[in-house]
Each structure stands twice: as structure tokens, then as C-alpha cells.
Design a protein around this ligand. Structure first.
Ligand code: HEM
Length: 99
């Protein structure tokens, strides 16, 4: 997700790309797999995981709306592009800092 975003920013294209959506889907799948209470009995930080899930849903909305809007505008939509960069970084910061 972040790699695709940096590539777009570095190339000065500022477009939301399918790679970002793949990254988002992959982090959802891997996140949900990690969120399974396995082995049975381990305690997970569900408020933290719920927060990340909410961020991911917001990110999905930003990517979906961004893809549609930039297609209609025929070019980058800056506010949504910036949101598509900040949200995964926020999720990573929460992942690492919130214990
Ligand atoms: C943009 C989306 C996401 C990003 C960038 C992200 C990032 C990360 C990172 C960097 C870690 C490693 C943390 C560490 O080792 O200290 C991690 C761990 C983890 N993530 Fe995510 N994550 C995302 C979404 C999710 C979602 C949606 C869930 C589940 C609902 C989830 C569940 C977990 C779990 C269970 C772990 C391992 C336990 C932990 O460190 O809390 N993640 N994630």
C-alpha cells in the first residue's frame, strides 16, 4: 500500500492505482488471519484491532471514491491521494506503538 503510494508520489503522478487496492485487500486478509485467537486462549488487543479495521474500511472508501473521482476528473484528486497515504501509515503507527 505505502510502497505503491510512494511510487506514485515520486513519479509526480499522484494517482490512486489498483496496486494500492491490492495492498489494502492483502493487509485486510493478513490482518484478519493474525486476529484469529490461535492458539486458543491467547489474549489479543481487540480495541486496537477494531481501530485498525475501522481505518482499513475508511481506506477502502478513500480508494473506491478516489478511483471513481480521478476517472471522472481525468487526473489526480489530491485530497483523496493524501488520505490514501496517511491512513495506512496511521494503521502502521497504531500497530507498532499501541500495545
Ligand atoms: C492498512 C492496514 C494495516 C496496516 C498498515 C497494518 C500494519 C501492521 C503492522 C506494521 C504490524 C506489526 C506490528 C508489530 O509487529 O509491532 C501489524 C500487526 C498486526 N495486525 Fe495489522 N495492519 C493493518 C490492518 C489490520 C487489520 C484490519 C487487522 C485485523 C482486524 C490487523 C491485525 C493485526 C494483528 C492481529 C497483528 C499482530 C499483533 C499485533 O502486533 O497487534 N491489522 N499490522
Amino acid at each position: 500500500m505505502v510502497g505503491a503510494w510512494i511510487a506514485e508520489a515520486a513519479a509526480r503522478r499522484f494517482l490512486i492505482t489498483p496496486v494500492m487496492t491490492y495492498g489494502m485487500t492483502l493487509s485486510l486478509v493478513t490482518g484478519l488471519a493474525l486476529a484469529a485467537p490461535w492458539p486458543a486462549g491467547i489474549v489479543l488487543n481487540y480495541p486496537k484491532l477494531g481501530t485498525k479495521l475501522v481505518i482499513l474500511i475508511a481506506l477502502g472508501a478513500v480508494l473506491g471514491i478516489g478511483t471513481a473521482r480521478q476517472r471522472r476528473a481525468g487526473g489526480p484528486v489530491m485530497g483523496l491521494f493524501i488520505a490514501a497515504g496517511i491512513l495506512p501509515l496511521l494503521a502502521s503507527a497504531i500497530a507498532v506503538l499501541w500495545n
